[in-house]
Design a protein around this ligand. Structure first.
Ligand SMILES: [Zn+2]
Ligand SMILES: [Zn+2]
Length: 200
C-alpha cells in the first residue's frame, strides 16, 4: 500500500521494520513509536495505545487497510444477493396474486351469468304462471259449458255453443303454445318448476 508511512519520519514499511497504529488513528514506525506514542500522541496530543500493524488485525481495524474497491465489490455482491433474494420472493408472490385475480374474475363472470339466468327464469316463471291461470280459466269455462249442454260435443270434447269453433281454435293455440313452452323448459332443466293444472 503506497500510502502507509510513519507520521513522524515519513519512512515507509519494509520487511525489516514494524509499524504501529495508535488508538487516535496515527501511524508510527518502530523507531518513532516509543517517543511519539508511548504516553501521548505527538501529533494530536491524545492519550493513546498502539497495536502492531500485521496481517492479523481485527476486522474493524483491518478494514482501514483494505482497498476501498474491494470493500465496494464485496458490498455489491451482498447487495446483489439481497436483491435476488427479494426479487424471487416478490415474483412468487406476484404470480400468486395474478392467479387469484384471474380466479376472482372468473367467479365474478360466473356470478354475473347466474344472476342473468336467475332474472330470465324469474321472468319466464311469471309468464308461465299467467298462462297457467289463463288455462285454468278456459278449462273451468269448458266444464261449465259441457255441463250445461252435454248433447253437442265435438270429438275433442269442446262445446259447440256459445263459443263454438273460434273459441276452440283459440284454446288449441294456447294449449299448443303452452306444450311447446313446457317441452322447451324440460330440455333446459326447468321441468320441475311448473304444474299446469292441479289434479282434481
Ligand atoms: Zn518514524
Ligand atoms: Zn494522534
Amino acid at each position: 500500500m503506497d500510502w502507509i508511512h510513519c507520521n513522524n519520519c515519513f519512512s515507509v514499511p519494509d520487511s525489516e521494520k514494524n509499524f504501529y497504529l495508535t488508538s487516535c488513528g496515527h501511524i508510527y514506525c518502530r523507531d518513532c513509536e516509543e517517543q511519539c506514542a508511548r504516553t501521548q500522541c505527538k501529533l494530536c496530543g491524545n492519550q493513546c495505545s498502539t497495536i502492531l500493524l500485521s496481517s492479523s488485525l481485527k476486522p474493524d481495524v483491518q478494514i482501514y487497510f483494505t482497498d476501498p474497491f474491494e470493500i465496494l465489490k464485496k458490498e455489491l455482491k451482498v447487495v446483489h444477493q439481497v436483491s435476488e433474494f427479494q426479487k424471487n420472493h416478490r415474483a412468487r408472490f406476484q404470480a400468486y396474486q395474478r392467479k387469484q385475480l384471474k380466479k376472482f374474475k372468473a367467479v365474478k363472470e360466473d356470478f354475473r351469468k347466474l344472476l342473468k339466468n336467475l332474472k330470465d327464469l324469474h321472468g319466464e316463471r311469471k309468464k308461465l304462471t299467467q298462462e297457467n291461470e289463463a288455462l285454468k280459466k278456459y278449462i273451468m269455462m269448458q266444464r261449465s259449458i259441457n255441463q250445461s249442454d252435454s248433447s253437442g260435443t265435438t270429438s275433442k270434447g269442446y262445446s259447440k255453443s256459445p263459443y263454438d269453433n273460434a273459441f276452440h281454435s283459440q284454446l288449441d293455440r294456447v294449449i299448443s303454445k303452452f306444450i311447446d313452452k313446457m317441452d322447451n323448459s324440460k330440455s333446459s332443466g326447468m321441468s320441475e318448476r311448473m304444474c299446469v293444472i292441479s289434479p282434481q
